[in-house]
Design a protein around this ligand. Structure first.
Ligand code: NAP
Length: 246
């Protein structure tokens, strides 16, 4: 196992594709994987300037693709090249009580957060099986494990990621391909910036560590699961939530 000076397993020689890498948690994950030695491909939908800027910072490539579209997701994986590490991070929320939830708010959340994971994983599976190597990390949420008021669509998509990933881990384990989930708690990003102050305060109060996380604190867990430090870990759900979900 190759070592970095920090003692962590290096990702040198590995190609990593991170979706939703233009900002927030995805940006932090891409930065962390690059620091561990990986070559990076950054997927983004609309944040071209942010993605291009990060790409030049990391010596990476940025590729535009709407991962909720099967064609775009497949093209993203093909254009990325010989992917060793796939991180499905792209996601969004359309919160609201079920009684008032529109078909569109249900559909866009399920397609963006869950169907996208199916599309990209399906596209990397065959090449990874051929080389008998690969690591997939899918970003769920503590909400996918415990549910949340006003988030039936989001919770369903994030719970779906967990069942999907565990099934994939069973299918691909014998080919030395690992599939794991990171389930963050409340993280400071544009996704949570829109929430009312009272909701943030309530979340902090329910979190034993009594604060929100920085995106970098999620990225370290992803780097671990993507690397050989986690060589015997598959089908796992790692909650990175300050104790919120226990
Ligand atoms: P964010 O700041 O809103 O960033 C979301 C990213 O996803 C952006 O880069 C966005 O790209 C991309 N994206 C959205 N829809 C896309 C699509 N159809 N195709 C391609 N890319 C798309 O959110 P975040 O907080 O970093 O969240 C990242 C992930 O962590 C999400 O899966 C989220 O559910 C999960 N998570 C977040 C929290 C939290 O507290 N923040 C907690 C648990 C889980 P563009 O900007 O380029 O459109």
């Amino acid at each position: 196992m190759a070592e970095r000076s920090t003692g962590f397993a290096s990702l040198e020689g590995k190609l990593a594709l991170v979706t939703g890498a233009s900002r927030g948690i995805g940006r932090a994950i891409a930065t962390e994987l690059a620091a561990a030695g990986a070559e990076l491909v950054l997927g983004y939908r609309s944040g071209k300037d942010e993605a291009d800027e990060l790409a030049s910072e990391l010596g990476a490539r940025a590729i535009q693709a709407d991962v909720s579209s099967p064609g775009d997701a497949k093209r993203l994986v093909e254009e990325a090249g010989d992917v060793d590490v796939l991180v499905n991070n792209a996601g969004l929320t359309r919160d609201g009580l079920l009684a008032r939830m529109s078909d569109d708010d249900w559909r866009i959340v399920l397609e963006t957060n869950l169907s996208s994971v199916f599309y990209t994983c399906r596209a990397v599976t065959r090449p990874m099986m051929k080389k008998r190597r690969g690591a997939i990390v899918n970003i769920s949420s503590v909400v996918g494990v415990h549910g949340n008021w006003g988030q039936t669509n989001y919770a369903a998509s994030k719970a779906g990621i967990i069942g999907f990933t565990k099934s994939l881990a069973r299918e691909l384990g014998s080919r030395n391909i690992r599939a794991n989930v990171v389930a963050p708690g409340y993280v400071k990003t544009q996704l949570t910036d829109v929430l009312p102050e009272e909701a943030t305060a309530a979340m902090i109060q329910a979190t034993p560590l009594a604060r929100v996380a920085e995106p970098e604190e999620i990225a370290g867990a992803v780097r671990f699961l993507a690397s050989d430090d986690a060589a015997f870990i598959t089908g796992e759900v790692l909650l990175v939530d300050g104790g919120l979900g226990m």
